[in-house]
Design a protein around this ligand. Sequence first.
Ligand SMILES: *[C@@H]1O[C@H](CO)[C@@H](O)[C@H](O)[C@H]1NC(C)=O
Ligand SMILES: *[C@@H]1O[C@H](CO)[C@@H](O)[C@H](O)[C@H]1NC(C)=O
Length: 208
Amino acid sequence: MASTAARPLLLLASAVVLASFLATAAHASGLFSTLPKTLVVTASPTPGQVVKGGEDKIKITWGLNKSLPAGTDDKYKTIKVKLCYAPVSQKDRPWRKTVDHLNKDKTCQFKIVARPYAGNDSVEWTVEKDAPTGTYFVRVYAFDAVDGEVGYGETTDAKKTTNLFQVEAISGRHATLDIVSICFSVFSVVSLFGFFFNEKRKGKAESK
Ligand SMILES: *[C@@H]1O[C@H](CO)[C@@H](O)[C@H](O)[C@H]1NC(C)=O
Ligand SMILES: *[C@@H]1O[C@H](CO)[C@@H](O)[C@H](O)[C@H]1NC(C)=O
């Protein structure tokens, strides 16, 4: 039996457990496969265009698909715009895997913007410098008042093969720097050997 002193603690603990259970339950419905595609999303890069991380800006626009009944977006409170890996950049990389459970999905790892839903809207974004070199598309999620996904739209088709663009990571330039510094190191080692060799030869010549 719990002592009188322990009772408030027990109560608090159960409240915390209940609260976290409710929070999980509220998000449990988040399956991508059941999410309606209601938003029309476009991004400025042309198919196959290469944009540079940390440098180039892209513009993304979104709004409700006008073919849908008015009021479809009545519950939309906020939107999140994300940069997502195309299948070709997910291959053999389980840490980028697409999972139907939206809270486990690793397709869209880069947040472009989160803001209140306001119908037609757009954003200009400098491609994040941490985004690895790869093939991407843009997806926009709509959330309701309790932060559950209620709709989405994306710049590609259902198979994620059209309108993809390339991001060239800033680290591409680091690689060039690495090569330059390796060349310098090799050069200095070679010169050092050359120096010793020369000294030795000189030494031999003098001892004759
Ligand atoms: C808009 O919705 C209609 C009807 O559901 C659909 O046929 C059409 O493909 C959608 N347009 C876009 C750009 O998603
Ligand atoms: C939103 O954009 C679409 C497509 O550009 C346009 O047809 C529609 O009239 C716009 N709606 C509003 C409310 O501005």
